[in-house]
Design a protein around this ligand. Structure first.
Ligand code: TNX
Length: 560
């Protein structure tokens, strides 16, 4: 039973109202990191509904360099301020103008005039994708970046400094923004969140809310776990039963009506994510964890939940499926799973054709071993995905099974740290998702609800534990370090059914994940980080999000 079926009625709205005032006060007091409240954006006239801007000292992820313009007058942002941008940065400029309700002037012939927000394309701003410079001066907000994603991140920093929903109207007095010079760039190119929509389905609206939050914290990879034993969540034209039959049921209700994304849903998610510089990575988990597909098309399976790896039709089925997948997901990557095949729990050893395959693949003189079959299946997935011109990603078990191929390895088994080195030695790039630091299905605090899984031995995955992590494994050469693409935090949803519980598990830990992915090599002091989080939590609460503020918030999951 998911934990969220145990909770008392959501009280998010009530709490949001009661706490937003208090939270703002707290945010201003606790979260300043040494700066004075004057350095937060302040409304010209105090509104009745309290805004929750983030003070300069509390920006998350923390920018590389923040130089407050002490003594300089603030910038007054009101509805008269235009957004000026070159064509090359039209995307982020337009979305900022839209969010704030400002006029956009593309490719203006002159940049002179009254106060303005100005975008400038500048190849010298950082060598890394996502780098930007944001200067707030008395008469201008200047955003410089070499490319769109950097300009976009500058706008997200700016939005953090503003009250939420700071849509300006001609009538509103506007907001004062503190003078500052921010130079910033990410450490890792892969800053990811994984959402499991298979165990419990989470619809387009929920996924878009997650994307909004990812963008706000400069995360840029959304990995969707689209299939598992409990459900198949994607309509496939060539194999309609995958969604109509495989989409039925979920982890709590095996008889639930089919729930899945249509092609239009996926297009809408991908478009939404792309506008926010987030790449969506689809995962079809194979050959294990495939019970839902097995219910729909048993002819390609072992009678249980694992593909029949010895049948040529199996590969034709997957090839066709991949053909549709690449139509739906224009991104560079396809994740084929490969985790927890547990060959001894499959029927492979009882299937003569699989036994023969194992015999063929096992070095002469040894008894046939199924791990060679597992590796061969993974190798064929890599080949098929490459044929479809995508980069394959698999969980680290595929390396353990002996795969030697060109792919990205996602490491999760914290008790097998040697897998990272093994992958790098074979020349593969890696994404780090060790379960004791990155698994958001685990409890956030002692005694709180969370997945009781095997790997969860090191205590709760708290905000403190996440930010105390230096992800780069020790002892790597510089070339190997280059192949560590970044980090990704999975939210598995066996226990996560409702949106309020989804929010409770994601927030504020998502901000801690972003901090580790963005900050330069170092650990963050956990207590200081928790202080810096305070206004962010206040902001989430003011938005009615069921963020975990502290231990007390877990009480809603107690049985009454
Ligand atoms: C292991 S991590 C799994 C998932 C579970 C998760 C629960 C991974 C690749 N496989 O199927 O949901 O543990 O923590």
């Amino acid at each position: 039973m998911p934990f969220d079926s145990l909770c008392s009625r959501p009280r998010a709205m009530f709490r949001a109202l009661a706490l937003s005032a208090l939270a703002l006060a707290l945010g201003l007091q606790l979260g300043l990191g040494g700066l004075t409240p004057a350095l937060a954006a302040t409304p010209k006239t105090a509104a009745a509904t309290l805004p929750v801007p983030i003070p300069l000292g509390n920006l998350l992820p923390q920018p590389q360099m923040v130089k407050a313009g002490t003594g300089q007058a603030p910038f007054l942002l009101n509805a008269q301020v235009p957004v000026l941008a070159p064509e090359g940065l039209a995307g982020p400029a337009q979305s900022l103008a839209q969010t704030l309700g400002l006029r956009l002037k593309l490719a203006p012939s002159s940049t002179a005039g009254a106060a303005r927000i100005r975008f400038e394309q500048d190849p010298s701003v950082g060598k890394v994708a996502g780098a930007y410079r944001l200067q707030i001066k008395p008469d201008e907000i200047l955003i410089q970046a070499a490319e769109n994603s950097g300009a976009f991140y500058a706008t997200q920093t700016l939005l953090q400094l503003l009250p939420q929903e700071a849509k300006l109207t001609a009538a509103s007095a506007g907001f004062e923004l503190p003078a500052v010079d921010i130079n910033d760039a990410p450490r890792f190119e892969w800053r990811g969140i994984m959402l499991d929509v298979a165990r419990h389905f989470h619809d387009v609206r929920r996924v878009k809310r997650v994307i909004d939050n990812m963008a706000f914290y400069k995360l840029n990879r959304l990995h969707l776990h689209l299939s598992d034993d409990q459900g198949w969540r994607l309509a496939i034209k060539a194999y309609p039963k995958l969604s109509t039959v495989g989409g039925r049921g979920d982890h709590s209700r095996p008889d639930a009506p089919a729930q899945f994304f249509s092609a239009e849903d996926i297009r809408s998610i991908v478009r939404y994510a792309t506008e926010r510089y987030i790449e969506v990575i689809p995962e079809i988990d194979m050959p294990g964890h495939s019970g839902a597909a097995a219910r729909a098309y048993p002819e390609f399976f072992d009678g249980l939940v694992t593909f029949n790896p010895a049948k040529p039709e199996t590969y034709r089925f997957i090839d066709t499926l991949l053909g549709e997948l690449v139509e739906l997901f224009p991104g560079r990557y396809i994740h084929f799973g490969g985790d927890e095949v547990w060959v001894e729990k499959t029927r492979w050893a009882q299937m003569p054709e699989v036994l023969a395959m194992a015999q063929d693949l096992t070095p002469a003189g040894q008894a046939p071993q199924m791990k060679f079959v597992e590796a061969e299946f993974a190798r064929r997935m890599v080949q098929l995905i490459q044929k479809h011109k995508r980069v394959p990603i698999g969980w680290d078990e595929v390396i353990a099974a002996g795969l030697q191929d060109n792919m990205i390895v996602q490491w999760w088994r914290m008790d097998h740290p040697e897998m990272v080195l093994a992958a790098l030695k074979q020349g593969q790039a890696v994404i780090l998702s060790p379960s004791d630091r990155m698994y958001l299905d685990y409890a956030a605090g002692l005694g709180e609800p969370g997945a009781p899984w095997e790997g969860n031995t090191g205590g709760p995955v708290s905000v403190e534990k996440i930010v105390a992590w230096e992800p780069m494994p020790v002892g790597l050469s510089e070339a190997q370090q280059e192949k560590v693409l970044g980090i990704e935090a999975p939210l598995w949803t066996e226990n996560v059914r409702s949106e309020s519980y989804l929010e409770f598990m994601l927030y504020p830990r998502m901000a801690a994940v972003a901090e580790v992915a963005w900050r330069q090599q170092a650990q963050s002091e956990p207590k200081a980080f928790v202080k810096r989080l305070a206004p962010h939590i206040a902001r989430w609460k003011a938005q009615g999000v069921n963020v975990r503020g502290n231990r007390e918030d877990a009480h809603q999951y107690r049985l009454h």
